[in-house]
Design a protein around this ligand. Structure first.
Ligand SMILES: Nc1ncnc2c1ncn2[C@@H]1O[C@H](COP(=O)(O)OP(=O)(O)OP(=O)(O)O)[C@@H](O)[C@H]1O
Length: 268
């Protein structure tokens, strides 16, 4: 059974950060085998904005997100956080991946999974557990810290992954197809959870998805990447404000208009 959850303020988050992508290029291989996936990609995401990146399958969305997270070094250009070049994992950038089943450590309880990365901050155990508990509550899993991954649904495990990213004081949250592996109803619930987290916590969010409707429902701005090498080919400010409703927002004439524009752009 799915639950509807309202996010509450997390202790880990204050305001977001500006993320700037300048002339980003990423290639795999060398010499005559060099394959440019992304090239000349520019993007500016101010503090607190929610940006969704859409594009056709295989265009390079995951490659872009990995470059933003510092997990993959760019081949050209760079990623800047508040104007400072950052081409390696940044302590204020949290990442949530699609595959929740591989993101949680199976031998640890949920509470320990969320608290684990905080060890690197040199905090005492009681403080780590307290932050973990508060962030679990923020994603609707208060009091569930004793459970193991195998005792939770896919949607619950993905909430834990989000709580863990938030607990690490992330000011920028990168999400790669975070709802692609859960059922349709759970997906709607998780979408609304992320909307609430964004509104209540003010964190900057960049989410990659192949689902145009999901992008329009969640984001302040939808960035379309396409062609080979991939670059930004269109951007749409959704204009729906902070209030989103799964029925009302998706029935808004601007929603259909934006969807039509993106589909036309991707098929041209
Ligand atoms: N480590 C790698 N080495 C070589 N090529 C890679 C590597 N990672 C990705 N690629 C290639 O880069 C291209 C873009 O892949 P990527 O996963 O970023 O696309 P995507 O838009 O996220 O795809 P999808 O929508 O199917 O998830 C693909 O052609 C892929 O084969």
């Amino acid at each position: 059974m799915s639950e509807t959850v309202t996010a509450t303020a997390s202790p880990g988050i204050s305001t977001g950060r500006t993320l700037s992508v300048r002339g980003l290029g990423k290639s795999y291989g060398t010499g005559s085998a060099e394959n440019w996936i992304i090239r000349q990609l520019d993007l500016e995401v101010p503090p607190g904005e929610f940006v969704a990146i859409v594009g056709p399958s295989g265009v390079g969305k995951t490659t872009l997100l990995r470059s933003l997270s510092g997990l993959v070094p760019p081949s050209e250009g760079g990623v800047f956080i508040d104007g400072v070049e950052c081409n390696e994992p940044h302590p204020e950038v949290g990442v949530v991946f699609q595959d929740y089943s591989r993101s949680l450590l199976p031998w640890m309880t949920t509470l320990d999974n969320v608290a684990f990365p905080l060890q690197g901050k040199g905090m005492k155990k009681a403080e780590r557990l307290s932050i973990a508990e508060k962030n679990l509550a923020a994603v609707g899993l208060g009091g569930k810290g004793h459970l193991y991954a195998w005792e939770m649904s896919g949607g619950m495990q993905q909430r834990v992954a989000i709580a863990r990213a938030l607990a690490y004081e992330s000011k920028i949250l990168l999400m790669d197809e975070p709802f692609a592996s859960v059922d349709a109803q759970t997906r709607l619930d998780l979408e609304d959870l992320v909307v609430d987290l964004h509104v209540n916590l003010g964190v900057t969010i960049i989410l990659v998805t192949h689902d145009i409707d999901e992008a329009l429902y969640l984001a302040d701005r939808v960035v379309v990447i396409a062609e080979k090498p991939a670059h930004v080919v269109d951007q749409i400010v959704t204009g729906f404000g902070s209030h989103r409703d799964q029925v009302e927002t998706r029935s808004d004439p601007r929603f259909a208009e934006a969807r039509g524009r993106i589909l036309t752009r991707l098929r041209s």
